[in-house]
Design a protein around this ligand. Structure first.
Ligand SMILES: [Zn+2]
Ligand SMILES: [Zn+2]
Length: 278
């Protein structure tokens, strides 16, 4: 699979791929690179430099240098194209050479500073490290400000928001939705003792953390969704199936949100690090 925006940011590159290591691949000590992965290897090493056939035919040609992530050590692995008529490549794993990812972990490659980096990590770690969604202190401050009437408190809260979001826009969205959760309007919402109104939170479907990468404003009505506290926590923290459900439902409800940064639902899954990895 091709790197998404999140991986590109994390590894500071435009070119990278990742996929799941199957039990079989680990057992056989070989990874099969197809599609984009194979393309990346061909682009990097050059088609004519890739050995066609078994590695014993030309061990020198099969041996390829990679930079191991994160150590930066140069490691040498064997790479061949087993069948001339096919585009798929075979990369041999070796503990001795320093690369033998565990079954069900994620292995990845990316090009940076003219080197081809290679690494692996457990799937949960990969997802955690690649999520672009943050729920920091300033997020709480912003949410609190939506159900606050005290002007001084609001000012104080606002001063702490790292994204300088406009709380009036969020309040407008929540009003437009008749104080209901946009994932499921039948969700039970408690009443705020400060405003006497149902307590809803505002979620930016295209994460505010991407604002630094685009000139388009992300703090806009189309991108702000009214969610109950349960669903809001869920879109940030739930397992990938529930998070994907919520994202799908919100996109269905307001498809124009995709125009903001020209993203697809699949891009959103990637940004939230809940995509299916194969
Ligand atoms: Zn949120
Ligand atoms: Zn809800």
């Amino acid at each position: 699979m091709k790197f998404g925006k999140n991986q590109k940011l994390k590894f500071d590159t435009d070119t990278g791929s990742y996929s799941l290591v199957t039990d079989r691949e680990n057992f056989d000590s070989q990874l099969t690179a197809t599609d984009y992965e194979a393309q990346l290897l061909v682009d990097y090493f050059g088609d004519s430099n890739i050995l066609v056939g078994p590695k014993k035919d030309d061990p020198q040609k099969a041996a390829k240098d990679f930079k191991h992530y994160p150590s930066g050590k140069t490691i040498t692995l064997n790479l061949v194209r087993p069948k001339p008529e096919k585009t798929e490549l075979r990369l041999y794993l070796s503990s001795r050479a320093g690369f033998k990812p565990e079954p069900n972990s994620i292995w990845f490659m990316f090009v940076k500073d003219s080197n081809l980096w290679i690494g692996s990590m457990p799937e949960t770690e990969w997802r955690n490290e690649n999520s672009i969604i943050i729920y920091d202190e300033s997020e709480e401050v912003y949410q609190d400000s939506l159900a606050e009437l005290d002007e001084i408190k609001i000012k104080n809260l606002k001063a702490k928001d790292v994204f300088s979001r406009d709380r009036n826009l969020a309040i407008k969205r929540i009003k437009m939705e008749n104080y209901a959760c946009e994932y499921n309007s039948s969700h039970n919402i408690f009443i705020s003792r400060h405003t006497n109104l149902p307590f809803l939170e505002a979620h930016h479907l295209i994460p505010m953390s991407l604002q630094k990468l685009t000139a388009q404003k992300l703090d806009v009505l189309d991108n702000i969704f009214s969610l109950c506290p349960y669903c809001h926590r869920a879109i940030h923290h739930a397992d990938k199936n529930l998070t994907r459900n919520i994202i799908d439902k919100l996109v269905d409800k307001r498809p124009q949100v995709l125009d903001i940064m020209n993203v697809t639902p699949a891009d959103l899954f990637g940004l939230y690090s809940v995509e299916e990895i194969y």
